[in-house]
Design a protein around this ligand. Structure first.
Ligand SMILES: Cc1cc2nc3c(=O)[nH]c(=O)nc-3n(C[C@H](O)[C@H](O)[C@H](O)COP(=O)(O)OP(=O)(O)OC[C@H]3O[C@@H](n4cnc5c(N)ncnc54)[C@H](O)[C@@H]3O)c2cc1C
Length: 446
């Protein structure tokens, strides 16, 4: 069977290495127009947008730029068809939902533009994305979801079995909903490209520098172990780690998402797949699987199993049961690759609100502490575009897209209730997905 996952755990994820020349730790007291905490897509994009407007910007990063989800994700640049409409449509209503879907779609064009502006080569393949079914029983849900997305303004078309085979999509993926926008990229190269662009633009990045606390006021003072950074605005771009700073504890929770990557496929193995356009594929399960080829001819699989750790914690530990499940997915969806070795396994944390929507707003007596979290598994486009919205807001204008995102985020549950409810819900989703997988397996044997 494909893919033993033993001994392939990578604590930094599969796409990035620690920079050879890390930026210095903050020592002493510095000041700026804006201090940003967190150097992922959100923090670095905000820094770049602010620097372009002439602001003096300081970024504080606990590890190094790209250490968080931005350096660990699957690299799908996806728009509004990826959303979980059922979780928010009734709460926010159709009009606001259209605006939110528009924000997700705008994130795709935003990143495409910034890759050109900053000259970032991150192996972007504008292939579009297919949400595929692995068993006929998934058709109703898949079609309904696609239709809701279309009605909310995000284009997609149904690909029947003949259309999937004509595209050369591997046969385990029976039919699907094709979103023409977006595609896949190397998130490590993208986030490191943002880091380089930010340094070039004069942003001062302090790595290995943890924000410990802050002092509120017209000038906010961010305190670190060996210094402080003060500015009229503080931006918390710490995503899944935000509750640990004492903010959004009742709004978002971290969920652990895992990934495996194969060794590079041989020419024969690649030919056995077909898949000439290398579209990013996600499945129609309750907890999706994602399957994509990379520019280095490896296959990266993610998700399938999510985990919530008691007390909103985000330990950097291997998730062997998730890797095992992903390896099983590799075996079942790509039987021609039997025996392919796993090169790397890793995990990271996304920030999830109960309605799966972004959580963006202001805190502090002066409303000058801005935060952006909760993009769930969809931050490549959205957390990047968030940078422009936050920069405009800091500049004194409220962008229309930011107003669209503002809504009442449902409150999360206190512990231990949250741990019980979330893990029970994930368990039910896994059981339903396992049922579909069993049916797909027996159909494949026939
Ligand atoms: C396995 C996986 C697969 C995914 N796949 C996709 C995908 O295909 N497409 C997609 O759109 N999204 C995907 N996502 C989600 C996406 O990666 C995130 O939404 C996005 O990267 C979030 O960016 P961010 O900048 O908000 O947060 P992060 O990238 O998490 O950055 C936050 C940063 O804050 C730093 N930090 C935390 N606390 C402190 C502190 N106290 N002081 C200083 N610094 C601090 C962290 O070290 C980190 O670098 C995936 C996520 C995972 C984990």
């Amino acid at each position: 069977m494909a893919g033993s996952t033993g001994n392939t755990y990578r604590p930094l994820g599969g796409w990035v290495e620690m920079p050879e020349a890390p930026q210095p730790e903050l020592e002493g007291d510095v000041s700026a127009d804006v201090v940003i905490v967190g150097a992922g897509f959100a923090g670095l994009s905000t820094a770049l947008e602010l620097a372009a407007r002439g602001a003096k910007v300081v970024v504080l990063e606990r590890e190094f730029a790209g250490f968080g989800a931005s350096g660990r994700n699957a690299g799908y640049l996806a728009g509004g068809q990826g959303l979980e409409y059922d979780l928010f449509l009734k709460r926010v209503g159709r009009e606001q939902a259209r605006g939110i879907v528009g924000f997700y779609d705008a994130g795709v064009g935003y990143v495409e533009g910034k890759l050109r502006d900053y000259g970032i080569d991150c192996d972007y393949n504008a292939s579009g994305i297919i949400r595929a079914a692995v068993h006929p029983s998934q058709e109703k849900k898949l079609r309904r979801r696609m239709q809701v997305g279309i009605e909310l303004g995000s284009p997609a078309e149904f690909l029947d079995q003949a259309a999937m085979r004509a595209r050369g999509i591997p046969p385990a993926f029976l039919f699907g909903a094709y979103s023409p926008g977006g595609g896949t990229l190397d998130p490590g190269k993208y986030v490191m490209g943002l880091r380089r662009a930010a340094l070039r633009a004069g942003v001062r990045i302090y790595e290995n520098t943890t924000l410990q606390s802050w002092v509120d006021g017209p000038v906010v003072r961010a305190l670190t172990a060996r210094g402080s950074a003060s500015a009229p605005f503080l931006v918390l771009a710490t995503n899944a780690y935000t509750p640990q700073l004492g903010l959004l504890r009742d709004k978002v929770m971290p969920l652990r998402v895992s990934a495996i990557e194969t060794e590079p496929l041989s020419a024969r193995q690649l030919a056995s797949l077909g898949w000439a356009r290398r579209e990013g594929i996600v499945t129609s399960h309750w907890t999706m699987e994602s399957h994509r080829l990379t520019a280095r001819d490896t296959l990266v699989l993610t998700t399938k199993r999510l985990h919530y750790v008691y007390g909103r914690q985000t330990p950097s530990v291997p998730d062997t049961s998730a890797y095992r499940q992903l390896a099983q997915g590799l075996h079942e969806r790509f039987p021609t690759l039997d025996g392919v070795a796993i090169r790397a396994c890793w995990s990271g944390y996304i920030s999830f609100a109960y309605d799966a929507l972004p959580v963006v707003g202001e805190a502090g007596a002066q409303r000058n502490i801005l935060y952006a979290a909760g993009c769930s598994g969809h931050g490549v486009g959205t957390q990047s575009l968030m940078g422009r919205l936050l920069a405009e807001r800091i500049g004194g204008t409220e962008p229309a897209l930011l107003s669209t995102l503002r809504h009442q985020t449902p409150s999360t549950l206190p512990e231990p209730l949250q741990w019980c409810v979330v893990n029970s819900a994930l368990g039910v989703a896994n059981a339903m997905d396992d049922r579909v997988n069993r049916k797909a397996r027996s159909a494949a044997r026939r």
